[in-house]
Design a protein around this ligand. Structure first.
Ligand code: A3P
Length: 270
């Protein structure tokens, strides 16, 4: 298993004891599946597409409860106005135990090979992982489930089993790429936020890769400056189907062979 920086004490406490409000919303994902992108869409849905100069960075608007580095003082969430939105990388069964049917959950997924590539650059890029291996090594670890948050396929299976619940919306990174305005519209509908056509267009425009990369609050510029190796930004490439640039045909074949079995019960469209 790769060494991970997850704070298990915080993780456990939030799971067992943290008390949500009835209208709290969660955005969950296996890491590198489009979490930050979804955070941007959701926060803009609630602001009707408006961004003000005084707005804080995205990860302060939608904090990550489990991570004591991202959110050192958990009590700050008590003063957030409702509806609060949180980020999580947990499989379904490790969300806070006290969540109920009134809490809305958005799960975002991304094809396995693109996720593995993105996760490699994430792990290689953040200095705290002290990971300097070549990408072939990381893909091997990903295939064995020895990466942060464990096996990709069990994570997805935990959410797949819940996909019909009325309080869960599933998004796919690849579909978001194809029609961002349609995704914004689905999210707004799911969150009961009626928006005009103009507002939907504005949110879609402000959620593109290039718009988010331009704004230091959504590009996570501070992470790039303080925590990452130079030249490997958090907002890296933002493409679907880029994996052939990093997989040899043989590696892709071996990967597909294994994942076709591991994911045989999950029919999500990537
Ligand atoms: P790449 O490494 O392939 O570029 P997460 O937020 O779950 O950590 O996912 C990060 C991945 O989503 C990165 O992928 C990042 O570039 C991509 N991403 C972030 N915002 C995006 C956007 N607006 N459009 C497309 N991809 C985006």
């Amino acid at each position: 298993m790769l060494v991970t920086p997850v704070d298990t004490q915080r993780f456990e406490w939030v799971h067992q004891h943290w008390t949500p409000r009835a209208d709290d919303v969660f955005i969950a994902s296996f890491p590198k599946s489009g979490t930050t992108w979804t955070q941007q869409i959701v926060r803009l849905v609630y602001s009707r597409g408006l961004i003000h100069d005084s707005d804080p960075p995205l990860h302060a608007i939608i904090p990550w409860l489990d991570d004591s580095k991202d959110l050192p003082d958990l009590s700050v969430v008590d003063s957030m106005t409702s509806p609060r939105v949180f980020k999580s990388h947990n499989p379904y069964h490790l969300l806070p135990r006290k969540l109920t049917e009134s809490n809305r959950l958005i799960y975002v997924t991304r094809g396995a090979k693109d996720t593995a590539v993105s996760m490699y650059f994430h792990t290689f890029g953040f200095k705290m992982y002290e990971y300097d291996e070549p990408i072939e090594h990381f893909i091997g670890e990903f295939m064995a489930g020895r990466v942060e948050y464990g096996p990709y396929w069990t994570h997805l299976a935990s959410w797949y089993a819940q996909r019909e619940r009325h309080n869960i919306l599933v998004l796919h990174y690849e579909e978001m790429q194809i029609d961002l305005a349609a995704t914004v519209s689905r999210v707004a509908h799911f969150l009961d936020q009626p928006l005009t056509h103009k507002e939907i267009e504005r949110i879609a425009q402000r959620s593109t890769f290039s718009s988010m990369k331009k704004d230091p609050r959504s590009s996570m510029q501070l992470w790039d400056e303080e925590q990452r190796k130079p030249g490997i930004p958090f907002m890296r490439k933002g493409k679907a189907g880029d994996w052939p640039n990093h997989f040899t045909p043989e590696l892709a074949q071996a990967f597909d062979k294994e994942f076709n079995v591991k994911m045989s019960k999950i029919s999500w469209p990537w």
